[in-house]
Design a protein around this ligand. Structure first.
Ligand SMILES: Cc1cc2nc3c(=O)[nH]c(=O)nc-3n(C[C@H](O)[C@H](O)[C@H](O)COP(=O)(O)OP(=O)(O)OC[C@H]3O[C@@H](n4cnc5c(N)ncnc54)[C@H](O)[C@@H]3O)c2cc1C
Length: 431
C-alpha cells in the first residue's frame, strides 16, 4: 500500500484523506492546529460558510453528505435591507433551491470524525510543517506542544495547507513556477447576534441577509444554534472604512446611519469588536500545482478565491473527487494523473477567481437596486419557461456545471434577458 501524507487537516485535506483512503492508500494527515474536536478554532477565518450542490456531490460520493446536512441550515434566498428598513426578498430559484449554511468548526469536526472511521487514515495534530524536500517527499515537522522536530517521508505529499501554504512557498522558488496574489481592498469583521428572547432566530432564518450600501455592506448568515453571524465589509482606506469607524461612537454612527434596523440587535452584542483584527481576503493563483510525481497542491494552497460566491470549499471538495478520478484512471502513473488534473482544473479555478471578484461588487452595489431585482425576476421567469436560461448564480450554486461553461452560458443568455427586460419595461411604460 502506498503511503501518502496530506499537509493540512482543514476542509479540503480532511475530505481528500477520505477519497485517497477509499482508493486504497495509507494516509497520514498532519496539521499545525489542535484537533478541531477538542478545541474551538474560530481564529481569524469566517465563522460559517455555505455549501452548495457541487460541494455536496463530492461529499455524497464518499457517504459524508448526510452527516454534514444534519449540521446545516437551508438558505433559499436573499433578504435585502434598505436604509429605510424596507425588506426585499429574492429567492435563488423557482423551486426553493437552497444553499446550506454551516459552522466552519462544525464542518471541520464532522469531516475529521468521518475520516477517522477509515482505518487507513491517521491524523497528527499540533504538527507544523516547517520544511519540505520536494524530490524525496520528506517533511520536517515541529511539534507545537513539545518543540520536538521530526522528519517524515511518504511516497507522495498532498499540500492542503491553505492560502499561506508553506509547501507552495517552497515550490515558488522553483524555476518557471508562476505565482500571483491579490488582496481585496476591503476587509471584514464579524459580529454574532445570539438567538432572540424566546429562543428564536432574531432574523428570518432561511435567508442570507444583505445590507448593500455601494462601497460597503453588511451580510448575515444563520447558524444552527439560532444565532446569526454578521460580517461587516468595509474598505481599508476610504471615507467610510474600518479605520474611520474604529471608535465606538463612529461605529454607532455608521450603524445608525446605514444599518439602523439592525443596530438594536448589534449594540448589545459588540463584545470585543474594537479589539478584533480586520480580516483580509485574498485571491491566489499559481502554476504548476504539482512537483514531478511527488507533490501536489490542492485547495486554497493553489487557488484561494474571495468568498462572495461561497465557492472556495465547494470547489476544493469537487477537486478532491476529480483528482481521485485522475489517480484511478492512471493508476500508478502519478505524474500523468497530476498533469491531467491540474490541466483540467487550473482554467476552471481562474474563471472562478474572476467571477468571485465580480460578484463582490454585485453584492455590495447591485443586489438592492430595483433594476437588478427586476432583472432577477425576469431571469427566474425565463428559467421557468426554459430551464436552459438559468442565471449564472444558479448554475454555480445549484448545478455542477463547470465554472467556464456557466460563464459561457451567462454571456449568451444575458443578451436574451436584456431583450426580454427591454420589452417588459416598454410594455410597463405603455400601460
Ligand atoms: C470569510 C470567508 C468566507 C468563506 N465562505 C465560504 C463559503 O461560504 N463557501 C465555501 O465553499 N468557501 C468559503 N470560503 C473559502 C473556504 O474557507 C476555503 O476555500 C477552504 O477553507 C479551503 O480549504 P483548505 O483545506 O484548502 O484550506 P484551509 O481550510 O485553510 O485549511 C488549511 C489547513 O492547513 C493547516 N496548515 C497551514 N499551515 C500549516 C503548516 N505549516 N503545517 C501544518 N498544517 C498547516 C491549517 O491549520 C489548516 O487546518 C470562505 C473563506 C473566507 C475567508
Amino acid at each position: 500500500m502506498e503511503n501518502i501524507i496530506i499537509v493540512g487537516a482543514g476542509l479540503v485535506g480532511s475530505l481528500l484523506s477520505v477519497y485517497l483512503a477509499r482508493a486504497g492508500f495509507k494516509v497520514s494527515v498532519y496539521d499545525r492546529n489542535s484537533d478541531p474536536r477538542q478545541v474551538n478554532l474560530q481564529s481569524g477565518r469566517s465563522i460559517n460558510i455555505t455549501l452548495s450542490e457541487r460541494g455536496f456531490r463530492a461529499l455524497d460520493a464518499v457517504g459524508a453528505g448526510d452527516t454534514v446536512r444534519e449540521l446545516c441550515i437551508p438558505v433559499c434566498g436573499r433578504i435585502m435591507h434598505a436604509r429605510d428598513g424596507e425588506l426585499t426578498y429574492q429567492p435563488y430559484g423557482n423551486n426553493k433551491e437552497a444553499i446550506y449554511s454551516i459552522g466552519r468548526d462544525d464542518l471541520s469536526k464532522a469531516l475529521v470524525n468521518f475520516a477517522q472511521k477509515h482505518e487507513n487514515i491517521e491524523f497528527y495534530f499540533n504538527q507544523k510543517c516547517i520544511d519540505i524536500d520536494l524530490p524525496t517527499a520528506r517533511l520536517k515537522l515541529q511539534d507545537l506542544q513539545t518543540g520536538e522536530i521530526t522528519q517524515v517521508q511518504a511516497d507522495r505529499i498532498f499540500a492542503a495547507d491553505g492560502a499561506y501554504s508553506p509547501v507552495r512557498y517552497k515550490m515558488q522558488r522553483l524555476k518557471r513556477f508562476n505565482y500571483s496574489q491579490e488582496y481585496l481592498d476591503r476587509g471584514y469583521k464579524e459580529i454574532i447576534i445570539p438567538a432572540g428572547n424566546e429562543g428564536n432566530w432574531a432574523l428570518e432564518k432561511n435567508a442570507i441577509h444583505i445590507w448593500p450600501r455601494d462601497s460597503f455592506m453588511l451580510i448575515g448568515f444563520p447558524n444552527l444554534d439560532k444565532s446569526f453571524t454578521l460580517s461587516l465589509h468595509l474598505p481599508y482606506e476610504e471615507e467610510i472604512s474600518h479605520n474611520s469607524t474604529a471608535s465606538p461612537d463612529a461605529l454607532q454612527n455608521l450603524f445608525e446611519t446605514y444599518f439602523p434596523d439592525i443596530w438594536p440587535l448589534v449594540y448589545p452584542n459588540l463584545g470585543d469588536y474594537a479589539k478584533k483584527p480586520v480580516e483580509s481576503m485574498i485571491t491566489i493563483k499559481c502554476f504548476p500545482w504539482s512537483y514531478q510525481d511527488k507533490v501536489l497542491l490542492i485547495g486554497d494552497s493553489c487557488h484561494a478565491v474571495v468568498p462572495s460566491y461561497g465557492q472556495g470549499a465547494n470547489a476544493g471538495f469537487e477537486n478532491c473527487q476529480l483528482l481521485t478520478q485522475c489517480i484511478e484512471k492512471h493508476l500508478g502513473d502519478w505524474q500523468t494523473a497530476f498533469k491531467e488534473y491540474e490541466t483540467l482544473r487550473k482554467p476552471e479555478m481562474d474563471v472562478l477567481a474572476h467571477l468571485c471578484l465580480e460578484h463582490f461588487t454585485v453584492l455590495r452595489k447591485m443586489v438592492g437596486d430595483r433594476k437588478f431585482i427586476e432583472r432577477a425576476k425576469i431571469e427566474r421567469k425565463l428559467q421557468e419557461m426554459n430551464s436552459e436560461y438559468a442565471s449564472l448564480y444558479y448554475n454555480i450554486s445549484f448545478t455542477s456545471m463547470s465554472y467556464s461553461e456557466a460563464l459561457r452560458s451567462e454571456r449568451i443568455h444575458q443578451e436574451i434577458i436584456s431583450e426580454f427586460a427591454e420589452k417588459n419595461l416598454k410594455s410597463e411604460v405603455s400601460v
